[in-house]
Design a protein around this ligand. Structure first.
Ligand SMILES: [Zn+2]
Length: 227
C-alpha cells in the first residue's frame, strides 16, 4: 500500500518549505523530484504540486520504491515571481567535498545524502525552443555527457515527441554540466542519474504543466515506481 508522508525542508528557517515522501508497498529505487529552485518558473511548480495532489487523490499510484517530491524549493522567490537572489541553482557544491552556500541547498543535500536517490529530476522552464535553436533550452531534457541516464532520456524524448503534433514543440536532449546546480551536485556527490527538465516559457501554461507531468510520469514508469 502507498503511504504519503509530509515533512518540512529547512525547517526553523525563513526558507522552510514542504516536501513529501511517498512509499510504494514494494521495494524499489529512490526517485527524487525537485521544482521551484527558480521562483518564476510557475508551470514546473504547478506540475509538481499537481503530482502531489494526484497521488493524494489516488489518480497516480506509486507501488514500488520511494518517491520524494519538493514541489516548491524557493518560496521567497516564488512569492515575488522572480528567479531568486542569489540564484539558488548556483549555490550547490561545485566539487565532491565542497559545501552548499544557501540554507535551502544545504537542506536539500542533507535530504539527498540521507535517501541517496538513484534518480533525480529538477523541473525548470526556459526561453526559446530547442528544436528551433540549438542554443536554447526550452523543451529539453538536460543531462551530463556520458551519464547512465542518457538512454532513458533519449527514449522518453522519442516517446513524448510522438504525442506532440507541432514539430517546433518537440523536446531535445542537451548534454551539459552546470557547476553549482543541484543536478550537477547530485550526480557528482551520490552518482544519481540526474536530469533537468525544461519546458518553454512562451507556450500555453496548461500545456507546459501537462508536458512536465507527462515527462515525470514517464520517468517514474521507466524507473519502475509506477505502472
Ligand atoms: Zn530554472
Amino acid at each position: 500500500m502507498m503511504i504519503i508522508e509530509n515533512y518540512t525542508l529547512a525547517s526553523f528557517t525563513s526558507h522552510a518549505t514542504p516536501y513529501y515522501v511517498i512509499s510504494g508497498g514494494l521495494p524499489g529505487p529512490v526517485f527524487m523530484v525537485v521544482s521551484g529552485i527558480h521562483g518564476n518558473e510557475t508551470a514546473s511548480i504547478r506540475a509538481a504540486k499537481n503530482i502531489v495532489n494526484h497521488l493524494r487523490q489516488g489518480e497516480l499510484y506509486i507501488y514500488r520504491g520511494t518517491l520524494i517530491i519538493v514541489p516548491l524549493m524557493n518560496q521567497k522567490a516564488y512569492r515575488k515571481r522572480i528567479r531568486g537572489v542569489p540564484d539558488l541553482n548556483r549555490t550547490f557544491p561545485r566539487t565532491r567535498n565542497g559545501s552548499a552556500k544557501h540554507p535551502l541547498s544545504v537542506a536539500l543535500l542533507q535530504l539527498v545524502r540521507r535517501y541517496r536517490p538513484t534518480w533525480y529530476l529538477d523541473l525548470h522552464e526556459a526561453n526559446g525552443l530547442s528544436q528551433r535553436n540549438p542554443k536554447r533550452l526550452g523543451q529539453s531534457i538536460i543531462i551530463k555527457q556520458g551519464s547512465q541516464g542518457t538512454v532513458t532520456a533519449r527514449r522518453i524524448i522519442k516517446d513524448i515527441n510522438r504525442t506532440i503534433a507541432k514539430p517546433s514543440y518537440h523536446f531535445n536532449i542537451r548534454l551539459r554540466e552546470r557547476p553549482g546546480s543541484s543536478r550537477s551536485a547530485v550526480s557528482r556527490i551520490i552518482g544519481a542519474k540526474a536530469f533537468t527538465v525544461e519546458t518553454c516559457w512562451s507556450l500555453d501554461r496548461d500545456l507546459r504543466i501537462r508536458y512536465q507531468i507527462d515527462i515525470v510520469s514517464r520517468f517514474l514508469r521507466s524507473a519502475g515506481l509506477m505502472w
